[in-house]
Design a protein around this ligand. Structure first.
Ligand SMILES: [Zn+2]
Length: 180
């Protein structure tokens, strides 16, 4: 799945799980994009689209793109795409190691695990049992599994973003004192 869909899934789960501070949502967002650090496009593309609108003509896009691509190449070389960053056991380990540092570690872990299981719904699957078994597991029959960037993923993504907009609008109205 692409970065936009992963972000939508992570933020929706955060809302359902009762996240209520901006930092909790930011942490989930980071966690939901982090695993695809081995796939530069997924991280670089949203930045590439967004940055020129915010800071035009600064030449920053190329730098961000370059750094993302270099990091990605390095990580992919070492671990392979949907490698180490897509192992559920790594999420547990990272959470155990960082939980005492900040309560936000839980939210990063939530976004991260959501990413892995969302990828397990795609045709390529994910090595859910690693490092015991490196077989890629697909949680849906091949016919129903999502194709990255396909129509079904587009529908899911737009649906979730629509729901998130509704939740954000409601929260904003409550914040300014409108009774709903
Ligand atoms: Zn992924």
């Amino acid at each position: 799945m692409n970065g936009r869909t992963h972000l939508a899934i992570g933020l929706t789960l955060a809302a359902v799980a009762g996240a209520n501070t901006p930092w909790q949502f930011v942490a989930v967002g980071i966690g939901s994009l982090l695993p695809d650090i081995d796939n530069a496009g997924a991280i670089a593309r949203p930045l590439e689209n967004l940055l020129p609108r915010i800071i035009p003509h600064l030449g920053l896009v190329k730098t961000v793109d370059g750094v993302a691509e270099l990091t990605s190449k390095l990580v992919r070389k070492i671990f392979g795409h949907r490698g180490l960053t897509h192992w559920p056991v790594m999420v547990g380990l990272a959470w155990l190691l960082t939980d005492h540092l900040t309560p936000l570690a839980l939210y990063v872990a939530l976004g991260w695990i959501a990413h892995i299981y969302a990828d397990a719904l795609t045709q390529h699957g994910v090595p859910l049992g690693a490092p015991v078994s490196f077989d890629k597991v697909r949680l849906l029959p091949k016919l129903l599994a999502f194709r990255t960037g396909g129509l079904m993923e587009g529908i899911l993504s737009w649906g979730l973003w629509g729901g998130l907009m509704a939740i954000a609008t409601r929260a904003a109205l409550v914040f300014v004192g409108v009774r709903l």
